[in-house]
Design a protein around this ligand. Sequence first.
Ligand SMILES: *Cc1c(COP(=O)(O)O)cnc(C)c1O
Length: 418
Amino acid sequence: MSGFTAFHYQDGELFAEAVPLKQIAAEFGTPCYVYSRSALTQAFQAFDTAFANRDHLICYAVKANSNLAILNVLAKLGSGFDIVSGGELQRVLLAGGDPRKTVFSGVGKTTDEMRQALAARILCFNVESEAELAALNQVAQSMQTVASVSLRVNPDVDAKTHPYISTGLKENKFGIPMTEAARIYQSAHQYPHIRFTGLDCHIGSQLTEIDPFTQASSKVLGLLGTLQSQGLQIEHLDLGGGLGIRYRDETPPSIADYVATLCANTRTIKQKLLIEPGRSLVGNSGILLTRVEYLKHTPAKNFAIVDAAMNDLMRPALYQAYHAILPVAQNPADTKNYQVVGPVCETGDFLGHDRALSLDTGDLLAVMSAGAYGMSMSSNYNTRPRAAEVMVDQEKIHVIRQRETLAQLVAGERILDE
Ligand SMILES: *Cc1c(COP(=O)(O)O)cnc(C)c1O
């Protein structure tokens, strides 16, 4: 993987494209998410060009980072979208995304969300159970329309990733068992308001090996063959997302190799290929900029207490995920071994353990690879307003989300009037 190409040192100062991060902190404060438009564009184009002449659609998984500006940049590049809620559908529409390039995933779609998505005429629902299929058929009937559907099958392969982000094992809540899928496709006559147009799987996230993808596509291809021999017209095959990125020393396949493998694995079929990448598009396109508030040296540990916390970036607390933490200004002094922690009242509130850094109070740090599952998983825990977000485009800085205010944070709350 390309790593942090858009974030680089110049004379000991860390830059985002042509902008010193120090300048962003001075103008917009910290904590602040900083994204690189060029990194995002390059990642999208790496996927798109790797498909070469193959009929394909890249459906960006909105949940990785749902900022409207991110969605808009991708929409302008021709991206489609993979949504998991009615709220994400609204974001895609607000950002100028094309509903005809949008697929709707998730195990618990409500009838209200189905209605919204049918009204918007999305490309396809990725359905995860027979109960959902029956509900969707009813909603479509009530709207006198027909819903296009892929069944999301669970190919029962081990993605070899963190258990919380593994989704393609038979004991996971996701998808329909392979052994039942053909029967359900064959029951199409029971659902006059459903048209089966695709076949879908997604086996997990942050996969660093190609083999599980190959195992999954071979199983799904077998099912596709069965369906075709039974006379079903399947128009597209959706192979999900999940390609990993380098956070530390992982060596995931490159985007080009990953896509080339998917294309090779499916060379015998003529269906359009869909993929749903999230992390691999935005993960290394963003960082979280934070400032050291206090240094605290105890007999046991050195703590760098920073102004970003688990509410801003939950991945370390949630999955013990590793994010590289770089000084914004390189400091030649001797390093100490630091625990980089936030101000939240939880021992799980850390951004990094055992980092060799030379720090002074007030120094800026960049938490790398924070573009995916960073802001989109943030919360207001400890009544902390959400961070600002900016997007750098060469020497320009665009504020793409203002720092949340306390007034916004409590706006929906009411005290009892007696
Ligand atoms: C989360 C998710 C994705 C994206 O996964 P990444 O690992 O971010 O690429 C794609 N499809 C579905 C159904 C998902 O739930």
